[in-house]
Design a protein around this ligand. Structure first.
Ligand code: TRP
Length: 339
């Protein structure tokens, strides 16, 4: 009997430098997931075009991201790693799904509202792709008959939208798309800013002290953690409560993720210590973790011909899979095939 593994799709947008938040929320889980799922790991470069950066930065960012995938343990012999723009089927399905998406449901997307707010709530300077962004995400996911999508909590709504679009299409044309489930870990799926722990740690934050970048050097990390916001509860006590103690809870989530220890276990170990000692422990663990990751990253990043070979092979494999889905959709829609 052939036993098929469920299909997992994940992607990261290659814009700016990856953060500890990206690692903890998403990439940390990838290595283990390869054993339980048939995995596709995508570099969402078309999504990155919604933020207009200069093109050299984008090229670098794509290769940087690919190197981080490999450094995080994604194995090209077990999983498909590819760059979104290499697989034209994504753009094509994106258009088709636009025809099955409602303006009103896109308008409800929290991420769109947040991104629009950054631009002073002005529609004038907001490109249409920012609005349509979740439809391209839906195309990414649905092309591969994906079963699960590991996402941070902020992206969960986009997976729900994907399900709605798929349902709408399926109710008209039969079972064309598999309905994907979001996979969200209990802790750490949303790492918060260091100085403002009520907002998400984001690579585009203007205040870099809010963010730990995966390529930050150790002394920078130590300073950022030292200055991280805690609270003024007296006597100070370390416990997990996102509402009363957002700073401490965020630091606990970070420590838990990089040490692979449950928060309850950590709380027992940390009992009675001061915030400053707690921070020292975090810096110690982060230094060990980051120096190992950075070393492996640099090894891959210096070998561009290897990176390009991986991307090429990944594109060929994903094209085969996505062509199959797209062909079926074309048939259902009454489009005439070329051959
Ligand atoms: N929008 C995601 C992010 O910014 C990246 C992404 C693109 C993605 N396509 C996807 C994530 C499909 C999951 C599934 O993090």
């Amino acid at each position: 009997m052939i036993c098929y593994k469920p299909i997992l799709f994940s992607a990261v947008q290659p814009s700016g430098q990856l953060t500890l938040g990206n690692y903890i929320g998403t990439m940390r889980h990838w290595s283990a997931m390869q054993n339980n799922y048939e995995c596709l790991f995508c570099i969402a470069d078309l999504h990155a075009l919604t933020i207009q950066e200069n093109k050299n930065n984008l090229k670098e960012s794509i290769l940087d991201t690919l190197s981080f995938y490999l450094a995080c343990g994604v194995d090209p012999n077990k999983s498909i790693i590819f760059i979104q723009s290499h697989v034209y089927q994504h753009s094509q399905l994106n258009w088709i799904l636009n025809c099955f998406s409602q303006f009103s449901e896109l308008f409800r997307m929290t991420q769109f509202k947040i991104k629009r707010n950054i631009k002073k709530n002005s529609i004038k300077n907001t490109n249409a792709a920012l609005f349509n962004y979740p439809i391209l995400m839906a195309a990414d996911i649905l092309l591969y008959q994906t079963n699960v999508v590991p996402v941070g909590r902020d992206q969960k709504q986009h997976v729900e939208l994907t399900r709605n679009i798929a349902n709408r299409f399926n109710s008209l044309y039969g079972n064309v798309f598999t309905l994907p489930e979001p996979l969200i870990t209990q802790y750490g799926s949303k790492i918060m800013s260091l100085l403002e722990p009520n907002k998400k740690m984001s690579k585009s934050d203007v205040n870099k002290n809010n963010v730990i970048f995966l390529l930050d050097d150790i002394s920078t990390v130590a300073l950022k953690i030292k200055n991280a916001f805690t609270d003024s509860e007296k006597p100070s006590k370390i416990y997990y409560d996102k509402v009363k103690k957002p700073g401490i809870s965020n630091l606990l989530e970070i420590l838990s993720a990089i040490t692979d220890k449950n928060i309850d276990v950590l709380l027992k170990e940390l009992e009675g210590i001061m915030y400053s000692e707690f921070k020292k422990i975090i810096v110690d663990c982060l230094s060990k973790f980051l120096s190992k990751l950075q070393k492996s990253y640099q090894n891959y990043r210096h070998d561009e011909s290897y990176l390009k070979k991986i991307a090429y092979e990944g594109a060929l494999q994903s094209q085969i899979k996505s062509k199959k889905t797209l062909q079926n959709i074309h048939d259902k829609l009454g489009l005439i095939s070329l051959v």
